[in-house]
Design a protein around this ligand. Structure first.
Ligand code: ASP
Ligand code: MG
Length: 604
């Protein structure tokens, strides 16, 4: 039996800690083969970056890789010595010595394949093999040293586990595992015993510090059982599980493609509540009434609003449309009590045309701003108009006319070179030890700014234009929302498009779009920096009705107004005012019963 163990920087931060880790390895090494992957000691990598900055503010990436890769080389040698000192046969190997072959991209190389012969030879001899994480070697004739990007030793470990077909990969860190939320904000945060790879990816803002998303992606694609656990205790930690994998070939190990799949769902019907009051409790009332009827809601979108009204658009299964429309009609009077009629008549509108949901899925889109833009460009080139857009960390979903569905998936699968899956009837086939709870964890992101472009023409190519412009400037867009409301401007229809970016990029984004708006005759561009995003994630919500309602109710009870809503199948995100962020997170964490009695100890 073979196990890959990875020890992060703090776990090997001093000679004492290296010795303690060696003890731990020695215990396991008696009855199984072990490959150990280590990070640089403590904050070594940061210190090396600082050194380089003292010489030049833009050192070339090749020399940065030469420099940063030394950190891990110190740790492997010391770890191997510590093991030998305990009488455990061990040998250290650099990425190049192993043959961790990567792209030639310095400072952010992806792993192409791993030569396993040398490691296997040493394992045969009964040695523990200690491998430098975070580094590889390019295929070019020059065999350059490359690094995988900050935090990349998780990726090294999981890739090695895949290549060696290890039993499992254990990620040792300074926290006891993955917690239900950020314990600095919610001290009652609890340790999860299990989480799926998809959930982990959607919780990027919470989980990425503990486990690198690229590592999660490999674990998911190859079905590597992954465990995150503390190197200070014997507690079992958190299992990160995946669906039964297709076991892809081991070359091009890290997907160089940003997208894994295209999904579509034709069993969708759209409905919206237009011009409802913009105040706490409206979404809660609507979705709790729907939940009472046990109707599953799929996509939910609430975009920016004007004159104190909101549009909330959502989709349900086709056969539930009539019933859901009746529920919406019935509660409308209650929602608009004391309503100012000058704001326009609120109404429930069901989408007459048949619609379909088309989604792009893949962890590779994290940090690649071009993906959404390319999707919109592809659809525009095919002449397809998007009725709604909703995004999450690893998914972009568009609602289109059902008659455009086939054209949409064909052009997307060509453009992205991936397979297409019909998810209209599917359910997750996970190898779970437990029934997945509807909500696994909640996350808060206060480092966001919201932008909106008002009154852009309602025709193919506009979203492509907007997000193409931003992608050109390398601006990553987080949550994109295009909702229902149409205005008639000089006889032609327009819509508003809203999205979030990271706060520091807000101003630059505003400038780009303000220029574009002037040039193309779009409406006003609005920037709002004081916002926060709260999200709940759980794969069990697919088969539970009322999760959105519960989240919105928790916000309503705290008198928190929801500014925007976007969802994917396993995630619901709400944008609220920044000053409400912490309270929102605490309320939602509590509402889903995620709080425990004990306090999980985490180092500062
Ligand atoms: N030492 C590298 C870093 O600090 C890689 C890692 O620790 O994962 O980013
Ligand atoms: Mg790390």
């Amino acid at each position: 039996m073979l196990i890959v163990q990875k020890y992060g920087g703090t776990s090997v931060g001093s000679v004492e800690r290296i010795k303690a880790v060696a003890q731990r390895i020695a215990k396991t090494a008696s009855d199984r083969s072990i490959v150990v992957v280590v990070s640089a000691m403590g904050k070594t990598t940061d210190t090396l970056v600082k050194l380089a900055n003292e010489i030049s503010s833009n050192s070339c990436r090749r020399e940065m890789d030469m420099l940063l890769s030394t950190g891990e080389q110190v740790t492997i040698a010391l770890m191997s010595m510590a093991l030998q000192e305990l009488g455990v046969p061990a040998i250290s190997l650099t990425g190049a010595q192993v043959g961790i072959v990567t792209e030639a991209q310095h400072s952010r190389a992806r792993i192409l394949h791993i030569q396993t012969e040398r490691i296997e030879e040493h394992l045969q001899l009964g040695e523990v093999v200690v491998v430098a994480g975070f580094q590889g070697i390019s295929q070019t004739p020059h065999q350059e040293i490359t690094t995988l990007g900050r935090g990349g030793s998780d990726t090294s470990a999981v890739a090695l586990a895949a290549a060696l077909q290890a039993e499992r990969c254990e990620i040792y860190t300074d926290v006891p595992g993955i917690l239900t939320t950020d314990p600095r904000i919610v001290p009652e945060a609890q340790l999860m015993s299990e989480i799926t790879c998809d959930e982990m990816l959607e919780l990027a803002s919470l989980g990425a510090k503990v486990l690198h998303p690229r590592a999660v992606e490999i674990a998911r694609n190859y079905g590597i059982p992954l465990v995150v656990l503390s190197s200070w205790s014997d507690a079992p930690g958190t299992r990160v599980v995946s669906a039964i994998p297709k076991r892809p070939a081991l070359q091009d190990l890290e997907l160089t493609k940003p997208v894994d799949a295209i999904e579509y769902d034709t069993n969708q019907a759209g409905i919206s509540m237009l011009r409802v009051p913009d105040r706490p409790g409206v979404a809660a009332k609507l979705f709790s009434s729907i939940a009472l009827q046990k109707i599953d809601v799929d996509l939910i979108i609430q975009s920016i609003h004007e004159s104190n009204t909101n549009d909330i658009a959502f989709t349900v299964r086709k056969d539930a449309l009539k019933q859901v429309a009746a529920v919406a009609d019935a509660i409308l009077p209650a929602l608009i009590k004391n309503y100012d009629p000058s704001l326009g008549e609120p109404e429930v509108k069901t989408e007459e045309r048949p619609i379909a949901k088309v989604s792009l899925v893949g962890a590779g889109m994290i940090g690649r701003p071009r993906v959404a833009a390319k999707m919109f460009e592809t659809l525009a080139a095919a002449g397809i108009n998007m009725i709604m857009i909703s995004t999450s960390e690893v998914k972009v979903s568009c609602i289109v006319d059902a008659e455009d569905c086939e054209k949409a998936i064909n052009s997307l699968s060509l453009a992205f070179d991936v397979n297409v899956a019909d998810i209209s009837m599917s359910s997750a086939d996970l190898e779970l030890g437990e029934v997945p709870p509807p909500v696994r964890g909640v996350a808060l992101d206060i480092n966001q700014a919201r932008l909106a472009v008002r009154q852009v023409p309602d025709r193919p190519g506009i979203a492509a234009k907007i997000f193409g412009l931003l992608a050109q400037q390398n601006i990553s867009v987080d949550m994109i929302i295009q909702s229902q409301r149409c205005h008639s401007v000089n006889g032609s229809l327009t819509r508003d498009v809203a999205f979030t970016v990271s706060q520091p990029e807000g101003e630059a984004t505003y400038q780009i779009l303000a220029n574009a708006a002037a040039k193309f005759g779009w409406g006003e561009v609005v920037l709002e920096s004081g916002i926060a995003k709260v999200s709940v994630v759980g794969s069990g919500m697919i088969s539970h009705s009322g999760i959105a309602a519960q989240m919105f109710e928790a916000l309503a009870v705290s008198q928190i107004n929801i500014l925007m809503i976007a969802t994917s199948e396993i995630k619901i995100s709400c944008v609220v005012k920044e000053e409400h962020g912490v309270k929102a997170l605490q309320a939602i964490h509590k509402a889903f019963g995620l709080s425990g009695n004990g306090v999980v100890k985490v180092p500062a």
